[in-house]
Design a binder for this molecule. Structure first.
Ligand code: MG
Length: 410
């Protein structure tokens, strides 16, 4: 199928209608509302553009409608300030038109509605629900054809309490669960029903979904069976669940390996993993020669494929002479964060014949964890001897091996 890419923001011609993909008697347009900034996720990237496996959340939301045979056209409503967004979304089977959103969700949907032209049925979907199914879309379309308006709903499984106003953390009453449903999107409407509903919205009624406006306009709204997989991604935890569902947890994890060795020379103390260990020898090197921090730093850089410690902090540069390796580690954590990665956990093996490092392992874990910005529980440090074999075994050097796991953050 030829790829259809309509990049133009049709700001000046919102009243144009899009071309239908099928010859069906009932024309259906889907409005995918991606107007929000998704600030609750705490990400620097807009929520819609976060990756879920191989695609952005937005592309996944659009793809379901693109593949649904009953949907003839898509109108995607995006925030005005995401200028690169049109180039990041495409469809294969369905014409897509991209319009700028408004201040409130209902304003965005209203702009999408204007752009949708004369379709018989309009389906409104929240781009923060990327796991909507074609079946669910068809269910709501069929019910809207019959009743005028339809939403998917799921019964709550938890007991629902109402909180008393003013007094904070007290229950004022328990709601009867029998009659309750949790509303999802897509929500489908006959053209004239949504037109009336949005007119109410334009007159100042505030609503969290379009069905509320349709109810207020006096229309019956049918409830079809919702889909428990059709989750809405609002918090960081939702995002983690979504990445798990989309197989993204494996695809966005990266592993890196680091190694370092420094010679032991007379005169302590010995600095390892940011911890000063009383010993009559110390490690020789241009910086503070902390072999543990160096191996960890290289493992982190390796996972991000962002070079190595020697490239970023060359020992020919006087700026790094005697510099704290814990500070370099902190610096590299920021660097990989800039590449879109956060450290998940570290595993370190220190090969030292002498001194015994066991008494200092927890201090090292804490110092490294603090520098990296993770919990000590995510940092493992293990001591080994080399059984007297080779230079390390003779106590002439200390070597360190480290493995780092990173996860994609945006
Ligand atoms: Mg080194």
């Amino acid at each position: 199928m030829k790829s259809i890419r309509l990049w133009t923001l049709w700001r000046a011609c919102l009243h144009d209608s899009v071309a239908p993909k099928g010859a069906a008697a009932v024309l259906v347009t889907a409005i995918v509302a991606a107007g929000g900034q998704g600030t609750r996720l705490g990400s620097e990237r807009p929520k819609q553009l976060l990756m879920l496996g191989d695609r952005t959340m937005l592309q996944r939301s659009v793809d379901v409608f693109d593949r649904c045979a009953r949907v003839d056209a898509i109108v995607l409503v995006v925030p005005a300030n995401i200028v690169e967004l049109p180039a990041l979304v495409s469809t294969d089977q369905t014409p897509i038109q991209i319009v700028e959103g408004g201040v409130r969700r209902q304003d965005s949907v209203a702009r999408g509605f204007d752009a949708a032209g004369s379709s018989d049925i309009i389906v409104v979907h929240d781009a923060a629900r990327p796991f909507c199914s074609s079946d669910l879309i068809v269910r709501t379309i069929d019910a809207a054809s019959r009743y005028g308006a339809a939403i998917p709903g799921l019964p709550p499984h938890d007991t629902v309490k109402q909180r008393s106003t003013g007094s904070g953390g007290f229950v004022s009453r328990t709601l009867a669960r029998d009659g309750l449903v949790l509303a999802q999107t897509p929500q489908a409407f006959l053209h004239e029903v949504l037109d009336e509903a949005l007119r109410l919205g334009r007159q100042g009624f505030e609503a969290t979904d379009e069905a509320v406006l349709a109810e207020r306009a006096g229309h019956r709204v049918a409830i079809v069976e919702g889909d428990p997989w059709n989750i809405k991604i609002t918090t960081q935890r939702d995002l983690e669940v979504a990445r798990g569902l989309s197989g993204a947890s494996v695809q966005t994890r990266r592993v890196g390996f680091g190694y370092d060795l420094h010679r032991l020379v007379p005169g302590g103390p010995l600095l390892l993993g940011g911890v000063s260990i009383p010993y009559d020898h110390g490690l020789a090197g241009h910086s503070d020669a902390d072999a543990v921090c160096h191996a960890v730093t290289d493992a982190i850089l390796g996972a991000a494929a962002a070079g190595d410690i020697g490239r970023h902090f060359p020992d020919t540069d006087p700026r790094w002479k005697g510099v704290s390796s814990i500070a370099l580690l902190r610096n590299v954590v920021e660097l990989v964060r800039g590449c879109g990665f956060a450290v998940v956990n570290l595993d370190v093996v220190v090969v030292a014949e002498r001194p015994k490092i066991a008494p200092y392992v927890d201090l090292m874990r804490k110092a490294i964890a603090d520098a990296v910005g993770i919990e000590s529980a995510a940092v493992s440090v293990k001591g080994k001897t080399n059984e007297g074999v080779d230079a390390t075994g003779r106590g002439e050097a200390i070597a360190t091996h480290a493995v780092a796991m990173l996860s994609q953050i945006g």
